[in-house]
Structure formats: C-alpha cells, structure tokens
Design a protein around this ligand. Structure first.
Ligand code: UD1
Length: 429
C-alpha cells in the first residue's frame, strides 16, 4: 500500500491548479443514465472515485470514451469524458459496488425515472457515521414510487412513471437533493422541492440537466421547482472547480506560510471557509485566474467554526481547519454538526503533538508552538489530507499511511504541493 512521506518546515509558494470537483463530477456522471444520448463532461478529475463510478455505471450499460489522454496515462487530468447509456442493461446496483462508494446509491433516481424500476443495495455503514437513506426513500415515495426493502436491497418501482409532487426535506441532504432533481426531471408534471441542499454542486448538476433539456429553476436556493419533461437529450458540460480542494490548499498555505495562487477556482464557492482563514490571519484575495493566499511570518489566530450545510462552513474542510488550528496562538472550538463520528483525525493529530480534547460534537483545540513528525494513518479522505497539512508544518518526517484515501479525492497531491516547495514524496510498495 502506498504511503506519503513529508518533511515539514518549508513554506509554500507558486501556483496550484485546482481540479474539477469530485462531488460535482459524480452526480453529473450518474445523470448520463437519464438519456440514451451522449453526455460529455469536461474537466473531470482523475480520481479513484471517478474510476470506480465509471465501472459501476458500466454495469448498468453506460459506455464511455475519453478524449485526449487516456485513463491511467500520466498527466491525464482535467479530462473530457463522453458517457452514453444507449440502453440500460441492468437496473440492479449490487452490494459489492455500492458498498465501495456511497454516491453510487444515487443511481436509484435516474434508473427509477427512466426505467420505472431500480434495485439498489443499501450502502451500509460508513467510517464517518451511520449515514441513513430515509430521505431518499421519502422523497421518491412522494414522487409516487413504491419502495420495499428486501435482503439489504431497496426495491423501487413506479408503474407508469414518476409523478411530480411537493416534497419538503426534513433535513438538508446533498445526495437526496441530487436524486430528487434527477428523478423529477422525467416525472409527469411539476415538482417542488423545499429545504433543498444549496451546495454549488447541486446548482452545477441542475445546469447540466437543463442543458440536457430539463426544466429546473431555483437550484442553489432552498426551493427548487422542476417541470417534468418526456425525455432528456445529450449535452456538453464543464465540471465546476473543487471547492474542497481549493480550501484544503488554502489551509496548507495558511499553515506553512508563503504565497500561492490557486488557479481556476472561485472564492464564492467557499466564502465561509475563506472568512475563517482570514480571521486566522491569512490574506485571501481574488485574482483574475483564481484566488491568491498568503501568510507572512505572523502567527495564526484561534478561530471557532461550526460546520453547516452550504453556505456554512463545510464539513469536508473541518479536519483540515482543525489541523491548522493546532498551531494557533490560543484555543479554538470546532463543532461538527453534519456527521456524527467525524473526528477520527483527532487521535492522529495528537500523535503529531497537537492538544485536542473532544466533548460530544465539539473539539477543543489548544494551539501548540510546534508539531513533530510521526507515522500516522487516516480512515477517511478528508482526515487523511488534514494529516498532510499538519505534516507540512511538523518538524521532521511524517509518514501518512493508507494513501488510497487521498487518491479517492485529491488529484496529484504530491505533485501539486511539491511544485510549490513542499517536500512530499509517494513511497510505493
Ligand atoms: C455529500 C458529499 C460529502 C459531504 C456531504 C455533506 C458527495 C459525493 N459527498 O455527501 O463529501 O461531506 O455531502 O456536505 O457529494 N442523511 C440522513 N438521511 C438520508 C441522507 C442523509 O439522515 O437519507 C444525513 C446524513 O447522515 C448526514 C446529513 O444528512 O448527517 C447530510 O448528509 P448528505 O448531505 O446526504 O451527504 P452526502 O450527500 O452523502
């Protein structure tokens, strides 16, 4: 299993290109199931999760071709991929595939809308909490689907097709909002979704669906109105920049000090995280081609954050911000409200010398003057990258084990950081 070795202490300077967003690419790829025409996606990041979803979609009958560099070739980033689901050959998403990636559960929406039936494995447990699927079930039932649970599978059916309805989510869910938008696009009549997720990836999916002929209004706000259409066509769509990758590198620069331009991204995608960084002492400015982040020799101020659905502080940046706060000059409280049990990085940060105590959903981080490198291991994607950030500032050598977590969500991490002066090296085994 690959590991990453970091020798801490260098400041970062230069330019980091930001990739297309993983969390936008995945639902966009799944939307290809809605049409027998070709959906072309540009700026698709080269990540393990994307490759895994390509395999899963292939199981349902989606063919794909890649323009430019082929999968697996070095430098094959920001690819253009053409997806075509001419015929759906299988409406079952098996446990072996869905259990590997929760987002693949989302195929339930397009399969039900286009084929009027779907049999999709329950995703099962997950390292960051129980993550139930009740909201998906309720939402699809509101659109007229009958849903049974049989031997670990959700068996959904909509004889005669889905019907538009008004549905209010009792809790904000990104995935359930994606699924409802996809399903309602091919339902008969109008659907009104209330208390929808407002994440930029929801608006990106709606833009793509509209380019395919859907009639969706209000995506990006908490009320989404969808007029169902008979059929969707192909389209060409560019995946929006990854706000979590943007925030992660911005925090890395705030951690080490230095001066970096994050290229091809936008500050409106992560305003609350950038505000927290400014409060911590980083200078963050918009520039023509992205965002510029700088921190000079001054230390880091403690900042309290509470994770919340968009436009709040993203849970996917909580671990990285905690790593940053380990070096602040005081005490900060970090509250996680989205996922229970999303503090697995705490004990590993402590191994690097951090002082953190947990009480329920609040982590109290007392800044320390120095961190010291150590071997560490992470159990999820965002936790892993928080250890990289800590390692960049730690004295000596940090080895991050289980790098496959990083490969799920960060494209060419060691190259991007290495080009800015960090000593980061992948150790293959
Ligand atoms: C997406 C993101 C993930 C991010 C999360 C929250 C992708 C591929 N993943 O995950 O990176 O951390 O949004 O911003 O885009 N919930 C229920 N019942 C349900 C569905 C969800 O109770 O049926 C709960 C979850 O357990 C969680 C909360 O709702 O506590 C939010 O989860 P949700 O927004 O659905 O996360 P995902 O879409 O899985």
């Amino acid at each position: 299993m690959d590991r990453i070795r970091i020798r801490g202490g260098n400041t970062l300077s230069g330019t980091i290109p930001i990739s297309g967003a993983k969390n936008a690419a995945l639902p966009l790829m799944i939307a290809s199931l809605l049409t027998d025409d070709t959906l072309t996606l540009e700026n698709v990041p080269h990540l393990a999760d994307v490759e895994q979803l390509i395999r899963i979609l292939g199981n349902h009958g989606v063919d794909y071709t890649v323009s430019g560099k082929r999968l697996g070739q070095s430098g094959a980033s920001g690819r253009t991929i053409h997806f075509t689901a001419r015929t759906i050959i299988d409406t079952t998403a098996p446990y072996e595939l869905v259990s590997k990636m929760r987002a693949s559960f989302w195929v339930i929406g397009p399969l039900l809308a286009r084929m009027h039936k779907a049999r999709v494995s329950l995703p099962g447990g997950c390292a960051i909490g129980t993550r139930p699927v009740d909201l998906f079930i309720e939402g699809l039932q509101a659109l007229g689907a009958t849903i049974d649970i049989e031997s670990g599978y959700i068996v959904a059916e909509a004889k005669g097709g889905l019907k538009g309805a008004r549905y209010r989510f009792p809790k904000v869910s990104v995935g359930a909002t994606h699924v409802m938008m996809m399903a309602a696009s091919l339902a008969k009549g109008e659907t009104l979704i209330e208390n929808a997720a407002r994440e930029p990836e929801v608006a990106d999916l709606a833009a793509c669906l509209n380019a395919m002929g859907a009639r969706i209004e209000g995506a990006g706000t908490s009320t989404i109105r969808i007029q169902g259409v008979e059929a969707l066509s192909g389209a060409r769509h560019r995946v929006l920049p990854d706000r979590i990758e943007t925030g992660t590198y911005a925090m890395a620069v705030a951690m080490t000090g230095g001066d970096v331009t994050l290229e091809g991204t936008r500050s409106d995608l992560l305003q609350s995280a950038l505000d927290a960084l400014r409060a911590a002492g980083a200078e963050v400015t918009d520039v023509a081609n992205g965002i510029h982040v700088r921190r000079n020799g001054n230390g880091l101020q403690p900042v309290d954050v509470v994770t919340d659905p968009f436009p709040g502080f993203p849970t996917d940046l909580q671990a990285q911000f905690m790593a940053l706060m380990t070096r602040s000059s005081g005490v900060s409280n970090i509250t996680e409200t989205i996922f229970e049990n999303r503090f697995m990085h705490v004990q590993e940060l402590v191994r690097l010398g951090a002082r953190i105590s947990l009480s329920g959903q609040v982590a109290r981080v007392e800044g320390v003057p120095r961190l010291a490198g150590a071997p560490v291991m992470a159990t999820d994607l965002r936790a892993s990258v928080s250890l990289v950030i800590a390692g960049l500032a730690a004295e000596g050598e940090t080895i991050v084990n289980r790098v496959y977590h990083l490969d799920r969500g960060f494209e060419r991490l060691e190259e991007k950081l290495g080009n800015c002066g960090a000593e980061v090296e992948r150790l293959s085994s």
